[in-house]
Write a protein that binds this ligand. Structure first.
Ligand code: ACO
Length: 168
């Protein structure tokens, strides 16, 4: 798929939040509403439709987390998720963060594959996270959604000779 006409941009002032997209990644509207005010929401526009979104949430001066990433169902599996993840990395790096985190469920096999394919490594398992924070019983890929797997990626720039450059 040729994504040349895709635009990824921050939410505009006064623009509505595309909850239907964000709810694909996180079934709890209450949780989304709790992290939204402290996050930066980026939207992917394609032919005047919003077809993707991600939310970058600063954890401290060094670390930011992608709290939510979603592609509209009709557009999934065409490479947009990878484009959004790479965009999030660039935005986080440009804002001075040195580590980007992303969390997903034990049952999210495709997402665990995608994030590792893009260089994220498993850092931590938050046991029982989804049992504690979500009232309803969640299932995915035939598995009970229980634990959060936190993955992370270093954002140090790589110089022409391949060494990490953290001088800027
Ligand atoms: N199941 C199987 N494989 C998958 C899945 C999946 N759910 N998602 C991605 N992949 C694989 C693709 O097959 C592809 O593999 P390939 O490059 O070897 O062919 C690769 O990952 C990249 O796929 P993209 O086409 O770039 O991914 P897509 O545009 O579908 O976006 C996303 C991925 C964001 C996970 C999308 O499928 C989606 O919105 N899913 C529903 C919401 C969701 O689960 N969001 C993430 C929750 S975790 C969080 O928000 C922090």
């Amino acid at each position: 798929m040729d994504w040349q006409a895709l635009t990824i941009r921050p939410l505009r002032v006064g623009e509505g939040i595309p909850f239907e997209l964000l709810l694909l990644a996180d079934p709890s509207r209450a949780l989304i509403e709790a992290y939204l005010p402290n996050a930066n929401l980026y939207l992917a526009d394609w032919e005047e439709q919003i077809i993707g979104a991600y939310l970058l949430y600063p954890l401290d001066e060094q670390k930011a987390e992608i709290k939510n990433i979603a592609v509209a169902e009709a557009w999934q599996g065409k490479g947009l998720g990878q484009i959004l993840l790479k965009h999030a990395e660039e935005v986080a790096r440009a804002n001075g963060f040195d580590t980007l985190l992303i969390g997903t469920a034990n049952s999210s096999i495709g997402q665990l594959y995608l994030y590792q394919k893009l260089g994220f490594e498993m850092l931590e398992i938050r046991k029982g996270f989804f049992l504690e924070h979500y009232e309803e019983e969640l299932w995915e890929n035939g598995l009970r959604v229980r634990d959060m797997v936190v993955l992370g990626k270093g954002l140090a720039r790589v110089t022409i000779n391949g060494s990490a450059d953290d001088t800027d």
